[in-house]
Design a protein around this ligand. Structure first.
Ligand code: FES
Ligand code: FES
Length: 412
């Protein structure tokens, strides 16, 4: 058994969990929160949906120990939530349930739709609900219920509830509404049905301000054994930098400060190819630069926007520290992959690969087309898992100076 500390429905809970216990069993069998139902146990039916750091998540495919530090909200924790109160009423009025087995997960997903997508039409509501299966109702009553609450909220002037701050510690994002279940922005304006990016259109300043204000932030630092000017000159050539990034490639030559590219990622069941554009700015006086990139994975309909800022700091004549900050917003179905701890693990790995490739490139030993290899499920999933296992083992060992949660998420 492994100690796990999380906040469930606003209450700090310290417990022990078997590493194989999934969150749904943990909630039902150890916390006696039986409102979370279990149907398929394969992540398909949505009956087990809970809010994990404010985002709907499948508790049957989430390990309880992986939620250490997270904020969990079950259907019981939404008893006093005003949107949920409206939804309960609308479900009853519109015959949106029969046996009720799907209902807790369905209600949590409906609430998420109402918060994120206040203007969703029926087709969009149905698409958003496609991850919650109901064997009884035929969905008509459910969709009608959502629309009726939507109308009610519109009449009161309610708009999209947007909430997403910097990364971690997991569970540290407070609710803007003061409730226990924060609504995390997953890109309400950039959703699965968003049109393909127009790669010739200028990217609006507002789009980047949104990423700045609401994006998840990761910070990384690494050193390379070369003088700052050498590294700075190398960074001038985007095609060379891209060669150091696994899974990334340019689609043509940069035009001015703008380039088109593609990033291929395979992670578990997710296979994605984000195609998009990047705009680059450099500030020689500070040896700093910013890359603003946005891309869309046509297959999953997921969109990503990222602002990558870097700064080179001289560490003597033959060493440079590279400080990188990445702020990103991920929208669409791939956002469900967004367990922040896992993203952090993957980002750590990518930084290491990039740093090693950069060193090899600067010393002229970077092999053929290293960047053409996609980020593969095997390597990423294993590295992420290995990081998790190490963290769990470290937790079992007594520590002289225990790290804080915020330490875990700031690698600088
Ligand atoms: Fe979790 Fe079906 S029980 S998705
Ligand atoms: Fe029975 Fe949905 S009401 S499964």
């Amino acid at each position: 058994m492994i100690p796990v500390s999380l906040e469930i429905n606003g209450k700090t809970t310290d417990a022990q969990a078997d590493p194989r216990t999934h969150l749904a069993d943990f909630l039902r069998n150890q916390q006696y929160l039986t409102g979370t139902h279990i149907g398929c146990e394969h992540g398909v039916c949505g009956a087990c949906t809970v809010l994990l750091d404010g985002v709907p998540a499948r508790s049957c495919i989430t390990f309880a120990v992986a939620c250490d530090g997270a904020q969990i909200t079950t259907i019981e924790g939404l008893r006093d939530d005003p949107i949920m109160a409206d939804l309960r009423e609308a479900f009853a009025a519109n015959h949106a349930l029969q046996c009720g087995y799907c209902t807790p997960g369905m209600l949590i997903s409906c609430r998420d739709i109402l918060m994120r997508l206040p203007d969703a039409d029926e087709a969009r509501i149905r698409r958003e609900l496609s991850g919650n299966l109901c064997r009884c109702t035929g969905y008509v009553g459910i969709v009608t219920a959502v629309k009726s609450v939507q109308q009610k909220r519109k009449a009161t002037g309610a708009s999209a509830i947007v909430m997403c701050k910097t990364l971690g510690p997991v569970g540290a994002r407070p609710s803007r509404e003061g409730g226990r279940a924060p609504a995390v922005r997953r890109g309400s304006e950039a959703a699965p049905s968003a049109p393909p990016l127009d790669q010739t259109a200028p990217v609006s300043a507002q789009q980047w301000r949104t990423v700045e204000a609401e994006g998840v932030e990761l910070r990384q630092s690494f050193q390379v054994p070369f003088a700052r000017d050498v590294v700075w000159n190398y960074f001038e050539h985007l095609d060379r930098v891209v060669r150091c990034m696994p899974g990334a490639r340019l689609l043509g030559s940069p035009v001015g400060n703008r380039a088109e590219g593609e990033v291929n990622v395979k992670l578990g069941p997710f296979v994605s190819a984000f195609k998009g554009i990047a705009e680059i700015e450099r500030d020689p006086s500070r040896h700093a630069g910013v890359v603003r990139a946005m891309g869309r994975d046509a297959k999953s309909g997921s969109n990503a926007r990222a602002i990558i800022s870097y700064r080179l700091q001289s560490q003597g004549e033959a060493a440079t520290q590279v400080d990188v900050s990445v702020k990103f917003l991920l929208a669409g179905s791939l956002a469900q992959f967004g367990r922040l701890g896992l993203i952090k693990d993957v980002a750590d790995h990518l930084t290491r690969v990039f740093a090693n490739n950069l060193k090899a490139a600067l010393s002229g030993t970077l092999g053929g087309n290293d960047s053409d290899k996609p980020l593969t499920a095997g390597s990423l999933a294993w590295l992420a898992l290995r990081g998790r296992i190490r963290a769990v083992l470290a937790k079992l060992r007594p520590r002289a100076n225990p790290i804080t949660r915020s330490d875990r998420f700031d690698s600088r």
